[in-house]
Design a protein around this ligand. Structure first.
Ligand code: SF4
Length: 383
């Protein structure tokens, strides 16, 4: 069986190469070919010795995920659906903006957490992705976009682990994938440009702080335990005071950082003035529990029928944001991106929630679906 080299961070690749009698610098060269240049063909890796290339051809591969479909939004957002086998599919979303270009990456096929407002949560859980399957989303997007944009410069400036799945419930695969993203011989992204989003898996937040303290986003969505128990079922295991303590411990490892709290605005559920007041009491520095150094990101809900929930009116979202900003908590309202292709937050897996239907689609839909011409090169994308 051949080994997929996308499964390794640099240390892992060096250990694998050592088994072949190769020195670490050879592993570094190979790693750079794969991740910096997007190479799959070992014969093209011209600075590797022929003897090593022959070994690689016999034993290894660089195996991307098959693309089931691609959709391009009017606003330039691109969503790819990848086949991960056994009727499962995961999605990655490219979000170009003026000052950054972000890739939203999936960590699991489905999700076991079951947040009420999340389309993926309603799909149920299939399985964890491997490190290689997480990395393959970035490998594909980065090198495909470079090819389309006609550039050898880096296209993707930020990665957010906010696609399908709870990343911290797939910890052992996640951390090597993060290391590939951060590695100067890989994608070279700074620690603050890689964000892990969690619904609050407290013990794993502590481990991440030790192992790889990237930027952390926490799906909060409610200002009290009674409401959060209902919206984010994991809260019954790790209630708010434990979650916020974990946030404070995380920041102790990253003193200049802040936590981004995600808060999906649900009409009549969590969007009232008393909810804003409770958030202020919970988060503001100097609050009874100590507060948290944070930013709050209000997310307009993208309704889907099974949720039974509705989007808060824009005026209420604005009033909610004003209360928080006036209290000194930096609060923004997320721009909705890619909603014409179901790529907006919480919409991922809208097309794949029925696994049978997904399998049928994958069987017949091997062609790329373009809703408009591919996005054009963008000067504004930060290399
Ligand atoms: S919001 Fe995140 S953790 Fe919750 S169900 Fe969706 S993917 Fe899972």
């Amino acid at each position: 069986m051949t080994t997929n080299l996308l499964e390794f961070d640099l240390d892992g690749l060096a250990a694998w190469c050592a088994q072949l009698g190769e020195k670490r610098f050879r592993a570094t060269q190979l790693f750079r070919w794969i991740h910096q240049r997007g190479a799959r063909d070992f014969d093209a890796m011209s600075d590797l010795a022929k003897s090593l290339r022959d070994k690689l051809k016999a034993l290894a591969c660089v195996a991307p995920l098959p693309v089931v479909s691609e959709q391009v939004s009017r606003d330039g957002t691109i969503k790819w659906l990848f086949d991960v086998g056994d009727g499962n599919a995961v999605e990655a979303v490219f979000i170009p903006e003026d000052d950054r270009a972000t890739l939203c990456v999936s960590s699991q096929a489905g999700c076991a957490i079951g947040c009420r407002f999340c389309s993926t949560g309603h799909q149920g859980f299939s399985r964890n992705l491997t490190t290689g399957e997480i990395v393959a989303q970035l490998w594909w997007a980065e090198h495909e976009l470079r090819r389309r944009f006609g550039t050898s410069e880096r296209v993707i400036s930020n990665v957010v682990m906010m696609g399908m799945g709870e990343p911290l419930q797939n910890y052992t695969a996640l951390v090597p994938a993060l290391r590939v993203m951060l590695d100067d011989h890989g994608y070279g992204l700074s620690r603050r440009r890689v964000t892990v989003s969690t619904s609050g898996v407290v013990p794993m937040m502590d481990r991440l702080a030790q192992d790889c303290p990237v930027a952390l986003a926490v799906s909060l969505h409610a200002p009290n335990d009674a409401l959060r128990d209902n919206l984010v079922p994991l809260n019954r295991k790790y209630p708010l005071h434990e979650l916020l303590d974990a946030c404070r411990r995380y920041l102790a490892h990253a003193p200049r950082d802040f936590i981004t709290f995600e808060y999906c605005m649900l009409d009549g559920v969590n969007d009232q003035p008393e909810h804003a007041a409770q958030l202020i009491a919970l988060l503001r520095p100097g609050a009874a529990g100590g507060g948290v150094r944070c930013k709050l990101n209000l997310i307009p809900f993208n309704p889907f029928p099974a949720s039974g929930l509705q989007r808060s009116p824009a005026a209420r979202v604005a009033a909610f944001a004003k209360m928080l900003n006036d209290a000194g908590i930096v609060t923004t309202v997320r721009k909705t991106r890619g909603d014409d292709i179901d790529a907006a937050c919480g919409q991922l897996a809208g097309d794949v929630q029925d696994r049978t239907r997904a399998a049928e689609r994958m069987a017949r839909q091997r062609t790329v679906v373009l809703h408009r011409a591919p996005a054009q090169p963008r000067d504004s994308v930060r290399p």
